[in-house]
Write a protein that binds this ligand. Sequence first.
Ligand SMILES: Cc1ncc(COP(=O)(O)O)c(C=O)c1O
Length: 402
Amino acid sequence: MPNLALRPARRMASVGLSEIVRVSEAAAALKAAGRDVISLGTGEPDFPTPPHVIEAAHAAALSGDTKYTATQGTLALRRAIATACQRDNGYTATPGEIIVSTGAKQVIFNAFFATLDEGDEVLIPAPYWTSYSDMVTICGGVAKIIPTSGADGFRLRPAALAAAISPRTRWLLLNSPGNPSGAVLSADDQAALAEVLRAHPQVAVLSDEIYQHICYVPFASFRTVAPDLADRTLIVNGVSKFASMTGWRLGWGIGPAPLIKTMAEVQGQVTSGASSISQAAAIAALLGPQDYIAPRRDAFRKRRELVAKALNATGRLTCPLPDGAFYLYADCSPCFGMTTRGGKQIADDAGFCAELLAQEGVAVVPGRAFGLPGYFRLSYAYDEASLTRASAAIARYCASLT
Ligand SMILES: Cc1ncc(COP(=O)(O)O)c(C=O)c1O
């Protein structure tokens, strides 16, 4: 007998546990059963939060910085974000144009919740971070997926954008460097997209730049590339990735003051704002020593090369070297139709990943989770020894397919 009192809302019908969580749980279950498992499923740097950031948090807590803050974020942090923006991207933002939230994720949710009416469309180039489309759905919008091609470096091109825009389009979502592909849109790539948008004043841009500092080629912010579109651009960023602060839950949005105000109204009813301690820590992450960022980026770069080389050497996987973030998006479609040692036929990316986990204990996420099947995503934000072992296991698995 279904529990009628607790039935989920209709809007939850197409929202579920993310495939990434599902993979992590399957890996954890195998581990609990005593198997040696290497889980490369999660997008989280393995480095610690820098000590000066932790010290700033400690000092803040001791000094009584433990109360509710302004919903939009402390003035001190919003000023620090503006300073870092000027330093890193060369544009000016005022505190009224900045909102601090419980992770970049909540910034994105606030933006969609604050602006989408039933049936409004959000354009999302695929492959995309799984949460984007689910958040759009929860907020009553329609996620309109624009496929990109691996051969073209998973870049959204102006013609594809122009073809996807309709009178119901409210947002274009950009994510460079991108999760899961690691693709980076150059300033020229973004300028070409901006040119299309100039003819469509009903479309705003949400540019998720959370991997800005994990970029192996010059980074370009959409706000810098198209300053004339600033009145309909929301930049999303945060400390989670560059400062290894995923658990501190601290991100921010930079956009036109009226939009930020509406987003703050949403936030005020949901969380009241980010943690006061995390906000103090984020000031230290933004304005304190920055010298740990480049060595960490170099370490990621080295790991990227190590794993991509191993995957390509299998002769069965194709994996171009991405320009940013810490993911590889490998084409496993040549393995479809092949048979594992255990006699199972691999039908698709989900089958490839399930058998890789079952046979070799390596967890990666099937591309179908990111809206572009035929691939799998591997996070290389793990130590080199694990990556070397995982690469060897993937090679063994591929070689065993007949
Ligand atoms: C593209 C992208 N945006 C946003 C986030 C979420 O960031 P936060 O942990 O600050 O909420 C992630 C996390 O995986 C991500 O990959």
